[in-house]
Ligand binder design. Sequence first.
Ligand code: HEC
Length: 113
Amino acid sequence: MRTGLLVLILLAAPAAATAADNPLLAAQARGYTLAAGVCAACHMIEPAGTSPNPRAPPFRILAGRYVPLTLQRRLADIAETGHYAMPPINIHADQVQDVVAYINSLERPTDPH
Ligand code: HEC
Protein backbone atom coordinates (compact mmCIF):
# COMPACT_ATOMS: atom_id res chain seq x y z
CA MET A 1 0.00 0.00 0.00
CA ARG A 2 2.70 2.46 1.01
CA THR A 3 4.80 1.47 -2.01
CA GLY A 4 1.89 1.91 -4.42
CA LEU A 5 1.21 5.34 -3.02
CA LEU A 6 4.88 6.26 -3.29
CA VAL A 7 4.99 5.24 -6.94
CA LEU A 8 1.84 7.24 -7.63
CA ILE A 9 3.38 10.30 -6.01
CA LEU A 10 6.58 9.85 -8.03
CA LEU A 11 4.70 9.40 -11.28
CA ALA A 12 2.40 12.33 -10.62
CA ALA A 13 5.09 14.74 -9.48
CA PRO A 14 8.70 13.54 -9.79
CA ALA A 15 10.04 16.90 -8.64
CA ALA A 16 7.55 17.40 -5.81
CA ALA A 17 8.67 19.39 -2.79
CA THR A 18 8.37 16.27 -0.60
CA ALA A 19 11.19 14.66 -2.59
CA ALA A 20 13.51 17.55 -1.76
CA ASP A 21 12.99 16.88 1.96
CA ASN A 22 13.44 13.12 1.80
CA PRO A 23 16.72 11.64 0.52
CA LEU A 24 15.17 8.29 -0.41
CA LEU A 25 12.30 9.91 -2.30
CA ALA A 26 14.75 12.22 -4.01
CA ALA A 27 16.94 9.27 -5.06
CA GLN A 28 13.90 7.41 -6.37
CA ALA A 29 12.78 10.46 -8.34
CA ARG A 30 16.26 10.87 -9.87
CA GLY A 31 16.33 7.15 -10.62
CA TYR A 32 12.95 7.33 -12.31
CA THR A 33 14.02 10.27 -14.47
CA LEU A 34 17.23 8.50 -15.43
CA ALA A 35 15.43 5.25 -16.17
CA ALA A 36 12.85 7.09 -18.29
CA GLY A 37 15.67 8.58 -20.34
CA VAL A 38 18.10 5.65 -20.53
CA CYS A 39 16.34 2.36 -19.74
CA ALA A 40 12.76 2.83 -20.97
CA ALA A 41 13.76 2.35 -24.61
CA CYS A 42 13.97 -1.38 -23.81
CA HIS A 43 12.55 -1.95 -20.30
CA MET A 44 9.06 -1.28 -18.97
CA ILE A 45 9.97 0.92 -15.99
CA GLU A 46 6.40 1.60 -14.80
CA PRO A 47 4.66 -0.61 -12.19
CA ALA A 48 2.67 -2.38 -14.94
CA GLY A 49 2.87 -3.15 -18.65
CA THR A 50 5.22 -4.95 -21.06
CA SER A 51 8.73 -3.93 -22.15
CA PRO A 52 9.29 -2.32 -25.58
CA ASN A 53 12.07 -4.89 -26.05
CA PRO A 54 10.44 -8.23 -25.20
CA ARG A 55 13.79 -9.65 -24.06
CA ALA A 56 14.29 -6.91 -21.47
CA PRO A 57 12.60 -7.78 -18.16
CA PRO A 58 10.19 -5.12 -16.81
CA PHE A 59 11.67 -3.30 -13.82
CA ARG A 60 9.00 -4.67 -11.48
CA ILE A 61 10.28 -8.17 -12.33
CA LEU A 62 13.83 -7.07 -11.51
CA ALA A 63 12.56 -5.73 -8.17
CA GLY A 64 11.31 -9.20 -7.34
CA ARG A 65 14.41 -10.99 -8.67
CA TYR A 66 17.09 -9.15 -6.73
CA VAL A 67 17.67 -7.99 -3.19
CA PRO A 68 18.84 -4.34 -3.15
CA LEU A 69 22.57 -4.98 -2.65
CA THR A 70 22.76 -7.67 -5.32
CA LEU A 71 20.86 -5.47 -7.73
CA GLN A 72 23.26 -2.63 -7.12
CA ARG A 73 26.28 -4.86 -7.79
CA ARG A 74 24.63 -6.36 -10.87
CA LEU A 75 23.85 -2.92 -12.27
CA ALA A 76 27.36 -1.69 -11.63
CA ASP A 77 28.62 -4.69 -13.65
CA ILE A 78 26.12 -4.08 -16.42
CA ALA A 79 27.05 -0.42 -16.58
CA GLU A 80 30.64 -1.47 -17.26
CA THR A 81 30.40 -4.54 -19.42
CA GLY A 82 26.81 -4.89 -20.63
CA HIS A 83 24.76 -8.05 -20.30
CA TYR A 84 24.16 -10.36 -23.23
CA ALA A 85 21.76 -8.49 -25.52
CA MET A 86 22.00 -5.42 -23.30
CA PRO A 87 24.77 -2.99 -24.27
CA PRO A 88 26.98 -1.32 -21.63
CA ILE A 89 25.27 1.76 -20.21
CA ASN A 90 27.16 4.89 -19.41
CA ILE A 91 25.98 5.78 -15.92
CA HIS A 92 27.82 6.88 -12.79
CA ALA A 93 27.89 4.90 -9.52
CA ASP A 94 25.62 7.52 -7.90
CA GLN A 95 23.16 7.06 -10.72
CA VAL A 96 23.24 3.28 -10.23
CA GLN A 97 22.16 3.88 -6.62
CA ASP A 98 19.33 6.14 -7.77
CA VAL A 99 18.06 3.59 -10.28
CA VAL A 100 18.27 0.86 -7.62
CA ALA A 101 16.27 3.08 -5.25
CA TYR A 102 13.63 3.51 -7.94
CA ILE A 103 13.50 -0.19 -8.85
CA ASN A 104 13.17 -1.09 -5.17
CA SER A 105 10.29 1.32 -4.83
CA LEU A 106 8.48 -1.10 -7.18
CA GLU A 107 9.05 -3.97 -4.74
CA ARG A 108 6.53 -5.57 -2.39
CA PRO A 109 3.43 -5.51 -4.60
CA THR A 110 0.20 -5.43 -2.60
CA ASP A 111 -1.34 -8.33 -4.54
CA PRO A 112 0.25 -11.80 -4.22
CA HIS A 113 1.95 -13.12 -7.38
C1 HEC B 1 19.11 -1.38 -25.69
C2 HEC B 1 18.17 -2.02 -24.80
C3 HEC B 1 18.37 -1.89 -23.29
C4 HEC B 1 18.57 -0.75 -22.56
C5 HEC B 1 18.66 0.70 -23.05
C6 HEC B 1 18.64 -1.16 -21.17
N1 HEC B 1 18.50 -2.52 -21.08
FE1 HEC B 1 18.59 -3.64 -19.39
N2 HEC B 1 18.35 -5.34 -20.47
C7 HEC B 1 18.12 -5.38 -21.85
C8 HEC B 1 17.94 -6.76 -22.25
C9 HEC B 1 17.65 -7.25 -23.68
C10 HEC B 1 18.07 -7.53 -21.08
C11 HEC B 1 17.99 -9.05 -20.96
C12 HEC B 1 19.39 -9.53 -21.20
C13 HEC B 1 19.44 -11.02 -21.34
O1 HEC B 1 18.95 -11.71 -20.43
O2 HEC B 1 19.99 -11.46 -22.35
C14 HEC B 1 18.33 -6.61 -19.98
C15 HEC B 1 18.53 -7.00 -18.67
C16 HEC B 1 18.67 -6.12 -17.60
C17 HEC B 1 18.82 -6.52 -16.22
C18 HEC B 1 18.81 -7.95 -15.70
C19 HEC B 1 20.18 -8.50 -15.70
C20 HEC B 1 20.19 -9.85 -15.06
O3 HEC B 1 21.29 -10.34 -14.85
O4 HEC B 1 19.13 -10.41 -14.74
C21 HEC B 1 18.93 -5.39 -15.48
C22 HEC B 1 19.12 -5.28 -13.97
C23 HEC B 1 18.84 -4.28 -16.40
N3 HEC B 1 18.69 -4.76 -17.68
C24 HEC B 1 18.87 -2.97 -16.02
C25 HEC B 1 18.85 -1.89 -16.91
C26 HEC B 1 18.91 -0.50 -16.50
C27 HEC B 1 18.94 -0.03 -15.06
C28 HEC B 1 18.90 0.24 -17.65
C29 HEC B 1 19.00 1.76 -17.77
C30 HEC B 1 20.02 2.41 -17.00
C31 HEC B 1 18.83 -0.67 -18.77
N4 HEC B 1 18.79 -1.95 -18.28
C32 HEC B 1 18.82 -0.29 -20.11
C33 HEC B 1 18.10 -4.31 -22.71
C34 HEC B 1 18.32 -2.99 -22.36
